[in-house]
Design a protein around this ligand. Structure first.
Ligand SMILES: [Zn+2]
Length: 94
């Protein structure tokens, strides 16, 4: 099993134009991985961790994007209510 270190996120505008959500992440080797690939890898037993702003968190698969009415599912998160970089959503764009 492999551990991946995520240092940035890539977001896209949702289909209903109400919010931006994760399309994928970037790892410390600057490779981009789309959401489906990350989720498949986590479900296969690999570990995906964020490392940013002094925080290191483990990424979890969650049922869906938390935005109301959004149909993107499944989705990924760390600490979705945090305003700091322990929240996957708050990582720098890549
Ligand atoms: Zn969404």
């Amino acid at each position: 099993m492999t551990t991946y270190t995520v240092t940035g996120v890539r977001k896209v505008l949702s289909e209903d134009f109400t919010h931006r959500h994760l399309e994928g992440v970037c790892t410390d080797d600057r490779a981009h991985h789309d959401l489906a690939a990350v989720i498949a890898s986590i479900n296969a037993g690999n570990t995906w961790r964020t490392k940013a702003g002094g925080y290191e968190e483990t990424i979890k698969v969650t049922s869906e994007c938390p935005a109301p009415g959004c149909t993107v599912a499944p989705y990924i998160e760390t600490n979705p209510r945090s305003l700091r970089k322990d929240n996957l959503e708050r990582l720098e764009p890549c």
